[in-house]
Design a protein around this ligand. Sequence first.
Ligand SMILES: [Zn+2]
Length: 384
Amino acid sequence: MREAQDLLKCERCAVYLLDLECCEASHLERIVERPGKVIERQGPLNRMQSDTVSPEDMRESGLRTPCTFTTIFELRAPGTQTLVSRPSQFDLKTSTLAQIAGYAAATGQILNIGDVAAWLNEQHSEGVAQLINKTNGTPFTDCDVSLFEAFAIFCGLGIHNTQMYENACKLMAKQKVALECLSYHATASNDVTVKLAKEDIPSAECYNLYSFSFIDFELNDGDTCKATIRMFLELNLVQEYHIPYEVLCRWVLSVKKNYRPVKYHNWRHALNVAQTMFAMFKTGKMERFMTELEILGLLVACLCHDLDHRGTNNAFQTKTDSPLAVLYSTSTMEHHHFDQCVMILNTDSNNIFQALSPEDYRKVMKIVESAILSTDLAMYFKRI
Ligand SMILES: [Zn+2]
């Protein structure tokens, strides 16, 4: 804007932002005063037929469609501060500058006024939507008007981009609020957590965890959580990675809570997958080919791999144009399962990885991510 002001060689330069709610700009009335300078009288207007507009037209138009500007950006002489103000409805009504801006906004006309004070019959002391007083005291020429048009386009683009950016920021804030709300409700309650943390965890044999013929039918919901905790204990993960016991309990309960009661891809399916992984580690002796971190990552991935499954597949998401499909065009649901897993881990009270070093944390998250994304069978069949 500063460059544009220099280019057009005018003393002041203001941009009015058209909009809905308004608010204060008493400084408007001071804009046009040029102490110590006498402007040569001339024909009121140069180009663009602005001479057909009289102050009366402008006032009438203002009454019909009152101007609604939210913000005014105003540049003055070099070295002085740029003013950004939010005018009130009263300011806009009483300011001639704002009225002219409003007229230009309503009619789309470019006004090139020789001497605003004269034009207004010296009733008011100011005018103009954007450019005020050429520095050399001469009136604006056709060339200035052309330049000004280019400037207006430039301003328009800039303002449009700014507004888009502001909207994007607002949407991001909105999303953040929604996420905060979601993670609050996604977390298991304290009472249930404390209760589970106090209870004894039956042995692995009791739940038949080492066997490939494990069956969850006889376990009640509380037992499914205890069986999960037992697997963490058997694999020595709680001790190795200093997982606070209460955090582990809350995390298991939260994961369980974030499974929907669908026919197949529910919490019990997750438990069965995790138990099969556990039996492969222990009974299948796969444990020795894995690092501790990989074991931790895989067990967490098994438990989280179908989080928030809606009982519909990726093709359904794509065909129904669901927001999830817009977000992820491939492996739609798998990305969502991983996102939910991260969302749960993101609250401190659920973060079972909190004692990990940043390096280990990064590694384990990578393992969880690639394991969950690999559960997209479409990707699996592509590889064979
Ligand atoms: Zn699954």
